[in-house]
Design a protein around this ligand. Structure first.
Ligand SMILES: Cc1ncc(COP(=O)(O)O)c(C=O)c1O
Length: 442
């Protein structure tokens, strides 16, 4: 329920509605069907946290696309910036344009001071590919330490550094030099240890794994501040600080993949701010364009300076339209203090979801920071057997109630609670109510 007692979400047809159904039928005949499972809803338009489908059904959105529309769907200032830029100049490749310079200045100004250069690209995978390349170029070494469960994109080097089966399935052998170590998934700790008393046993295993596998050519580490695709898995406090120190002690460069954790998602502009990390390279995507195709690598100048002129380019990276979007998003983020709102709303939603966890037999774990919260569904809380089928059913039942959710997870059993950062208390409360109702119907 909203503050005024009226409901925002309103679904008046069984899903998919007739117009959605007709679109799905056309789509299946025209495009390859290799996308993940989604609610049976064909989106028509959206504003803030509210999505309307082609049948006129209205939903609250916990997906933000896929953690993209941080400033809210179709924020009017972002739309205006994109429209004005498009009418003026759409592309000039690497030739200079002022929107690109402004966007670069603004981006560098919001990152911690040691990161003083950026480079614009269009997708997250391009930034991780770029960062892997820069780490190798700068050090002259070729081995990359990455993590079980990691997702850095679907292109070749990004997939090789990743620790999920999906992007690599029957695509091997992957690019040599990847050394993958365990990431702390405390809910499913292989040592059956507890984070407050384990002394980070997993860290010893990481060290052992790398020692056993390196040929002496370690270039760097790439890590997500929390693992996104693996199921919104947060390492224990201090683990990332220890990892950075370990990387430095071993003469490696340190890359943070903040493609999804940046732009306010965790309640700070960048997730690295939580522990005062000082990475050499940071990969940024998704929220930076909030819907416009934009991404960037931010780096120390002496590290990204390993690339000489002509060594990195991308046809659409830094084009005037994307650049105008980046500038507008940064201005909106700061003006509306969206990271603070993410923190406030996130704390409230996390507390309520933990209450729901106590009552619901299927909610095994609730974890998160800011507005990135994972709700892990299991068949049985004692055995923790993952419940991917139930998760897919919940996606459909929740949509029928007017709430859009998606799933992630190594086992496909984690509900993504990741609404646009503009969510109000009324929208948060109503969406939680819809979620509880949907869970009750499983
Ligand atoms: C942490 C992380 N890195 C990289 C990527 C790849 O981004 P893109 O799909 O834009 O290539 C993603 C996408 O989900 C991601 O979550």
């Amino acid at each position: 329920m909203s503050a005024s007692g009226t409901t925002i979400a309103k679904v008046t047809t069984p899903l998919p509605g007739p117009k959605s159904k007709a679109l799905f039928d056309r789509w299946e005949k025209a495009e390859a069907q290799c996308a993940g499972y989604q609610a049976q809803v064909a989106w028509d338009h959206a504003k803030g946290v509210v999505v309307t489908d082609v049948d006129g059904n209205v939903f609250l959105d916990w997906t933000s696309g896929v953690l993209v529309t941080n400033v809210g769907h179709c924020h009017p200032e972002l739309v205006r910036a994109i429209q004005e830029a498009a009418a003026r100049l759409l592309n000039n490749y690497e030739c200079l344009n002022e929107p690109r310079v402004i966007a670069a200045e603004k981006l560098v100004s919001v990152t911690p001071p040691h990161l003083d250069r950026c480079f614009f690209l269009s997708t997250g995978a391009e930034t991780t590919e770029g960062a892997l390349r820069i780490m190798k170029r700068k050090t002259g070494n070729y081995e990359i330490v990455s993590f079980h469960g990691a997702f850095h994109g679907r292109t070749a080097a990004a997939a090789a550094a990743g620790g999920l089966v999906g992007p690599k399935k029957q695509y091997g052998p992957t690019i040599p030099g990847a050394i993958r170590a365990p990431f702390p998934y405390c809910y499913r700790c292989p040592f059956n240890a507890k984070p407050d008393s384990c002394g980070m046993l997993c860290f010893d295993l990481l060290d052992d794994t790398v020692r056993a596998n390196t040929t002496g050519s370690l270039a760097g580490v790439i890590v997500e501040p929390y693992q996104g695709a693996a199921g919104f898995i947060f390492p224990p406090e201090g683990w990332l600080t220890r990892l950075e120190a370990w990387a430095r002690a071993g003469g490696m460069l340190f890359t943070l993949d903040e493609v999804q954790s940046s732009f306010g998602r965790t309640g700070k502009f960048f997730a690295m701010e939580w522990e005062g990390l000082t990475p050499d390279l940071v990969c940024i995507g998704k929220g930076i364009g909030s819907g416009a195709p934009a991404s960037a690598i931010v780096a120390r100048s002496e590290v990204i300076g390993a690339l000489a002129r002509g060594e990195m380019s991308s046809t659409l990276g830094g084009n005037p339209l994307a650049s105008a979007a980046v500038s507008a998003v940064i201005e909106i983020m700061l003006k509306e203090k969206l990271a603070d709102n993410a923190l406030r709303m996130g704390e409230m939603m996390l507390a309520r979801l933990k209450e729901i966890q106590e009552r619901c037999p299927y909610v095994g774990d609730v974890r998160g920071k800011g507005l990135v919260i994972g709700v892990e569904l299991v068949k049985d809380k004692a055995t923790k057997e993952p419940a991917p089928d139930l998760t897919r059913k919940l996606i459909d039942v929740a949509a029928q109630h007017g709430l859009l959710i998606g799933s992630v997870g190594i086992f496909g059993n984690v509900v993504r609670v990741a609404p646009p950062l503009v969510i109000s208390e009324a929208e948060a409360m109503e969406s939680l109510e819809l979620f509880a109702r949907a869970l009750g119907e499983l």
